[in-house]
Design a protein around this ligand. Sequence first.
Ligand code: SAH
Ligand code: SF4
Ligand code: F3S
Length: 440
Amino acid sequence: MKVFIETYGCQMNVNDSEVALSILQKAGYDRCESMDVADLILINTCSVRDNAEQRVMGRLDVFRQEKRRRSGVVVGVLGCMAERLKEKLLEHPAVDIVAGPDAYRDLPRLVAAVTSSGKQINTILSHEETYGDIAPVRMDRDGVTAFISIMRGCNNVCSYCIVPFVRGAERSRDPHSILREARCLIEAGYKEINLLGQNVDSYRWTDPESGETVDFAGLLEKVAELDPKIRIRFATSHPKDMSDAVLLAMSRHANICRHIHLPVQSGSNAMLEKMNRKYTREHYLGRIARIREILPDCAITTDVIAGFCGETEEDHQATLSLMRDVRYDSAFMFQYSERPGTKASRHFPDDVPAEVKTRRLNEIIAQQNEISQAINRSLEGQCFEVLVECTSKRSEAELMGRSSQNKSCVFPAAGHKPGDTVKVRVLSSTSATLRCEVVE
Ligand code: SAH
Ligand code: SF4
Ligand code: F3S
């Protein structure tokens, strides 16, 4: 039996697909790379913005055609949309299975039950499930960088956000299982490990026997110390919880990459309060100052939402000015999208007109592109060690690798291959890429 899986959403969802594949593999399913030969088609979905959901609905129509073409094909919807829409998704003619983020152990049973009893659903959220004992089937082709989810769920209630509703309560995974997984990856030849959580700074695990507690700074050091040649990355940091201890742990370990993703969402205190982010602009800028002080060569990136409920022109200007003050290396920038059931959807009207949201977002993007470009231009002539990830999108004769600061560097292959660490010098740049030459 063959399973095909398509993944939308964040890196945690990518890792969840690997967990689901691992569970199905034990039940006799082999992964295939094309839907045309699959007995089981899975789509792991994202609910964070309406357009993410629309894209998935479009794919379900494609799967429906595939089912018409080949009878017996089973289609399952996994992930955050499965959790949000539950039975409603089962009404879609293409869908046989709906399985939420904590239900993947149940997948083999659900799939088997479809043939005997029709459509199946399991969207039960758990307070304990971390899939800690499951070795994910890695989906990347080159075997260079791998994800490890160190926690699941989220206990914050940012008023715009659907994640806590679809991912459930926050739970941290046993550090022993994290370290075991990291060791396996290193033995398998991986060169970079990415530790994932919605808010890694609130990672906390207490040994039920000894009472010993491990926080994120402690975990980060334990992983970094496994092998000084292996790079460590992590995401996402939360401005209200990111401690100096994390920054100091980074400064002690050269193999923890010099990059922090610290979503700000807005530069206006009024908006931050309404978003329930639990920090102010001043606190946020204080955290940035500490990063610059402790880790002068650290890249900083962010997420921004344009046009949240009641956002005035002044609030918008505050976001633009904060972004100029921080000078982010890059940013993910979104228009606010109301999510049903969230605090914002229940209490605050989504009152910024669509054209105003679009205009503000475009201003934010244009300003950020200029800043990214200026930062990258200032790197021209400098040398970096990059970890080669893959061949470049444009040409087989070129490779793409990332610097510790997560800058994507493109350079002539010259005999190097994915997994190699190569020293390069920056020749030219755009806002997204550094063109480099190899330095012998
Ligand atoms: N846990 C992370 C990221 C969560 S989702 C954090 O706390 O930052 C990734 C990003 O999507 C968020 O940082 C936010 O910028 C954006 N996002 C979340 N909900 C959104 C919504 N309703 N509309 C628009 N963007 C949203
Ligand atoms: Fe959503 Fe906030 Fe949790 Fe991030 S920290 S996942 S934005 S609720
Ligand atoms: Fe999307 Fe779920 Fe991740 S809503 S961003 S896939 S946690």
